[in-house]
Design a protein around this ligand. Structure first.
Ligand code: MSP
Length: 579
């Protein structure tokens, strides 16, 4: 009775805790990070940044890290002739560096080779074992080292010519394996896992819920959760049986628990994760094995799995053999990390694969960040038009007149009035491309308003009375820039900060509820921020440098500078999104 009550209180504690725990997959250290890996991390980071902006009272915790055990890593290190521990240190560090330069700010970066993790895995294993969910058995089957998984005959394709079998899903080769292993009674959790998957908004986008339910419509076989130590030595030993090591996926999944302090009680303050971001290739592990392991351990499975699709390059799957793997560090040399981050979130949609191409990245970044956003800031803060270098306050009289007489002013006002609600609803579903779309539509409206109101005809030297109108136009434009900067913070944090710095917006006024403060909501008084203020002279008004066009010259790439272009307010094609 007492035990039940404690359990219930513990459950309520976790259900209503104010922690919003978000995870990325942990990344294999068999090769350097590429843009696909960065994409998983950038989605999780943008999600967390939005949560912090919107719900400041909530404790948001992001965890990422590296997955360092198993045959795949053993083989990669020996191929490079480097001791495996050193190999892991080097690649893990590269992940840290790429994430840091991309503005990803995790509360924790976990490595599966750390002692705290080994302790958590041992404790989790013992718990499954004590509860009777693990047994020993002779096991044989096809093992895929690249995917670190056993596969059934129906999941394979036989290449008649070579006699080699390949995974149908990933295309990687498999090898026949016969060994004594520990098995997990996955078959016993089929109904519980199905029930968990079917809960409202558990798996997003919905197409991945369907994929899981299809898998769950067939009987689930038990899974092997250990390998003989003489075959896989670079792994965590099975507690009380040194002849076996823990299967790398069980080891890896437990990282989500180790990061929050499991097995110490402190972990329950963060448990269960609010959202776990994963790529579609690891859906089975997170959507079937993981909830089954947790249910077997009497722990709550995550509230949501957010599954994203993959990046292809010029229409092809990224792979080392095709030499088309995009290195984020190199891409950032062309676009900056902020540019790359914007491109991934702007162009990627979770439900289907995205195509990465230099031409597309260049076109989007030049037209949206350099022209539509950057150029508007330059124009509104140009010394010729704004010699005092101020973010002025609007005159109530001119504001009312502009809203009455100029369609473009009214359209800008409407756009700003809808910005907060629209962007919030897109952010809640991780539809970052629609947030970017909405912000760009607002900025197009602002560019349009700026053009139509012809501020250059009112500048210094023109008859009296024009100064107040000129300042009102600049104030309205800067309000649009400020609000766009606020909503774009989760997507392009560094660029948005520079924009808000330039506009002298205090840090305390960059939260979500400041979207309600602008000329659009208070059209009869001055701007949302009240008094006119000095622009920050330390911050450049050049937000995003146009990307230079690349032209092949004698096999070399030559860069040609491009002049900044005025933004076109052409309507962007809107993409349908499945939720
Ligand atoms: N180590 C496992 C995850 C264990 S989590 C307990 C793993 N690692 S991985 O390095 O191969 O992949 C990490 C993430 O990168 C996955 O979410 C995967 O989907 C993602 N991507 C790998 N290639 C990708 C693309 N080409 N495009 C987008 N994301 C891709 O799996």
């Amino acid at each position: 009775m007492l035990l039940r009550r404690i359990k219930c209180l513990r459950y309520l504690g976790t259900r209503f805790n104010s922690s919003h725990y978000v995870t990325t997959p942990i990344f294999y250290v068999n090769a350097a990070p590429h843009i696909g890996h960065l994409y998983s991390a950038v989605i999780a980071d943008a999600h967390c940044r939005y949560q912090r902006l919107r719900y400041p009272e909530q404790h948001v915790r992001l965890c990422t890290g590296t997955d360092e055990h198993g045959t795949k890593i053993q083989q990669a290190a020996s191929l490079h002739g480097i001791p495996v521990a050193k190999y892991c240190d080097d690649i893990s560090q590269r992940y840290r560096e790429v994430f840091r330069s991309a503005g990803i700010q995790p509360e924790d970066f976990i490595r599966t080779t750390e002692d705290r993790h080994k302790r958590a895995v041992a404790s989790f294993w013992r718990r499954l074992h004590t509860r009777g969910h693990i047994y020993s058995a002779a096991y044989s089957g096809w093992y895929c080292v690249s995917d670190e998984t056993f596969l059934t005959d129906s999941q394979l394709r036989l290449d008649e010519a070579s006699g080699t079998r390949y995974s149908l899903e990933s295309g990687h080769p498999v090898e026949w394996t016969e060994e004594t292993n520990y098995m997990f009674r996955l078959s016993q959790f089929q109904d519980d896992v199905r029930h968990w998957v079917k809960q409202e908004a558990r798996i997003r986008p919905a197409k991945f819920e369907k994929i899981l339910l299809d898998t769950l419509s067939e009987p689930l076989p038990d899974v092997s959760v250990s390998r003989p130590s003489n075959r896989v030595h670079w792994a965590i030993p099975v507690p009380d049986d040194d002849s076996q090591t823990v299967y790398v996926w069980l080891d890896a999944l437990v990282n989500y628990l180790s990061s929050v302090g499991y097995p110490d009680e402190e972990f329950s303050a963060h448990w269960p994760p609010a959202q776990q971001v994963i790529g579609k290739d690891i859906l089975k592990f997170h959507g079937i094995y993981w909830p089954a392991f947790l249910l077997a351990a009497d722990l709550e499975p995550p509230r949501q799995l957010y599954v994203h699709s993959h990046w292809t390059v010029d229409g092809q799957k990224m792979s080392k053999s095709k030499h088309n793997v995009v290195d984020p560090v190199q891409a950032a040399r062309q676009y900056t990390m902020e540019g790359l981050r914007y491109f991934l979130l702007r162009e990627g949609v979770a439900h289907s694969d995205g195509n990465y191409s230099h031409v597309k990245a260049q076109r989007i970044l030049n037209s949206e960040l350099a022209d539509t956003l950057g150029n508007l800031l330059s124009r509104a803060s140009a010394k010729s038009l704004n010699p005092g270098q101020i973010y002025p306050s609007a005159s109530a009289e001119h504001l009312a007149d502009l809203l009455r007489s100029l369609d473009a002013a009214k359209r800008l006002q409407d756009s700003l009035l809808q910005l907060s609600e629209r962007c919030a609803s897109h952010y809640e579903c991780n539809h970052f491309h629609l947030v970017a779309d909405t912000a760009m539509a607002t900025l197009h409206a602002a560019n349009n308003f700026f053009e139509s109101s012809k501020p250059w005809t009112l500048k210094a030297g023109a008859p009296d009375g024009n100064q107040a109108r000129l300042e009102t136009i600049i104030a309205m434009t800067m309000d649009a820039l400020r609000l766009s900067g606020i909503v774009l913070q989760p997507i392009i944090p560094q660029l948005a900060n520079r924009l808000l710095d330039k506009l002298s917006v205090p840090t305390a006024q960059r939260g979500w509820h400041y979207l309600a403060e602008s000329f659009a909501t208070t059209p009869t008084s001055s701007t949302g921020l009240g008094e006119s203020r000095q622009l920050d002279g330390q911050t450049s008004a050049l937000l995003f440098q146009r990307i230079l066009e690349e032209t092949a010259v004698g096999g070399e790439k030559e860069q040609k500078p491009q002049p900044a272009k005025r933004s076109k307010s052409k309507k962007k094609e809107r993409r349908e999104t499945m939720s």
